[in-house]
Design a protein around this ligand. Structure first.
Ligand code: CS2
Length: 398
């Protein structure tokens, strides 16, 4: 039986990695919750199994989760569990990597500094660095978060941490494949809990996609449908620029216009045509290897966004804009100078201004800096500076 230690047990992991792994058979999963014990407590009373409500198709019981360890309750059991795992995987969202806008480990980050000071480990990066420093057998470290070159960036962050902490890692033992993950997974509502008869149920769409760099150190589950490829980048860029880019445009522009759900925003004729144009412009920036997929992919995305039954909230997508806007809008804008991408960046700027003007909190690790930027003399430049993109001010301000 193979074992995965998975960091970050949000709905996405429970609808994606755990579902694929349950289908593969022959593997189990121990999860790590870096912050709150809430999900562990909810799952523990039901023996760590839960219902996956695959919208429109089936109710599935996922039974491969064996335990959930909570970092704030002690780091040693987590390091012990990591020592024998075949795969260490992560869905900790963009901010869980503690990277600067240049993609390097943020040595100003208080949790990274705390880990470096030798306190009880709190970060994914700290856990992986310490685990690899003691590792003598092969292990695959699999990032499953939305980031361009997620595995490569994770490896660099771990290497920077290890150097600063004076930990010696034998890199021969570990590989960090890049991967593209996709499955739209809303937050659980009371309605889903009631239909599924499970307080820990997870709603998700029927569609699921996973493309992984063929670079494993040690065994790998027989995940169905997964594509193993030499180069994931074209697939990552397709998904991040088209799906996530369109999502963020719908979220920022849609919320300001008073919509609540993705299916409402995509039914607005102006937003719909902006999303269609964003996909065309983003598609034109993609590597040739995936260009022929663009029209079919764009069409399929519109159908996925129209899914009323999914009830996917725009405010779920809008959070952490400072982490998402760079790879969802700015890279496409740099490669295309597209007027629609300029509008997309404005949608984020207007969203930040509207929330601040209404005294509403921003759900973003840089919330404080955003409010200061919005209230400054040159708010657009100040906001772009937060994203390390002041060079784009001339394009954005026209
Ligand atoms: C969404 C993603 O919340 C968000 O930012 O854009 O979670 C999106 O639903 C997934 O990446 C789909 O695979």
């Amino acid at each position: 039986m193979g074992r995965i230690i998975h960091f970050g047990l949000g709905n996405f992991a429970r609808a994606h990695l755990l579902d694929f792994t349950a289908d593969a058979g022959g593997w189990d999963v121990v999860a790590v919750s870096l912050r709150s014990p809430k999900v562990r407590d909810g799952l523990a009373v039901q023996g760590f199994s839960y219902t996956l409500n695959v919208q429109g198709q089936e109710i599935k019981r996922i039974e491969i989760l064996k335990d959930v360890l909570v970092a704030s309750e002690g780091f040693q059991p987590i390091l012990d569990a990591m020592a024998t795992a075949d795969i260490i995987s992560a869905t900790v969202t963009e901010k869980g990597y503690h990277l600067n806008t240049d993609g390097k480990l943020d040595f100003q980050d208080p949790t990274i500094l705390s880990d470096l000071a030798g306190n009880s480990i709190q970060t994914l990066i700290g856990f992986i660095a310490h685990s690899l420093a003691n590792r003598t057998s092969p292990v695959t470290i699999l990032s499953c978060d939305n980031r361009v070159e997620n595995g490569t960036k994770l490896q660099k962050a771990v290497a920077d941490f290890a150097t600063a902490a004076d930990l010696k890692i034998n890199w021969e033992n570990a590989s960090f494949p890049n991967s593209m993950v996709d499955r739209i997974t809303p937050a659980t509502t009371d309605a889903i809990r009631a239909i599924s008869d499970d307080p820990m149920a997870v709603p998700t769409e029927a569609f699921r996609e996973w493309v992984i760099e063929d670079n494993f150190s040690g065994p790998c589950p027989e995940w169905p449908e997964v594509q193993f490829v030499r180069d994931v980048k074209p697939h990552e860029l397709r998904k991040l620029r088209m799906l996530n880019g369109a999502h963020s445009l719908l979220a920022y522009a849609g919320l300001v216009q008073g919509y609540t759900y993705v299916h409402e925003a995509i039914a607005d004729p102006t937003l719909r045509s902006q999303v269609q144009q964003l996909m065309i412009d983003a598609g034109a920036t993609l590597p040739m290897a995936v260009r022929d997929q663009v029209p079919g992919y764009a069409k399929a995305l519109l159908t996925r966004f129209e899914n009323v039954a999914l009830a996917h909230r725009l405010d779920q997508i809008a959070m952490d804009g400072s982490q998402k806007v760079p790879y969802r809008f700015l890279e496409t804008l740099r490669a295309s100078s597209s007027p629609t991408l300029i509008k997309a960046v404005w949608s984020w700027i207007i969203f930040c201004r509207t929330q601040t003007a209404q005294g509403l909190p921003l759900n973003d690790p840089k919330a404080k800096e955003i409010v200061i930027a919005v209230n400054s003399e040159y708010p657009v430049i100040a906001l772009l500076e937060l994203l390390d993109a002041a060079d784009l001010a001339y394009l954005i301000q026209g």
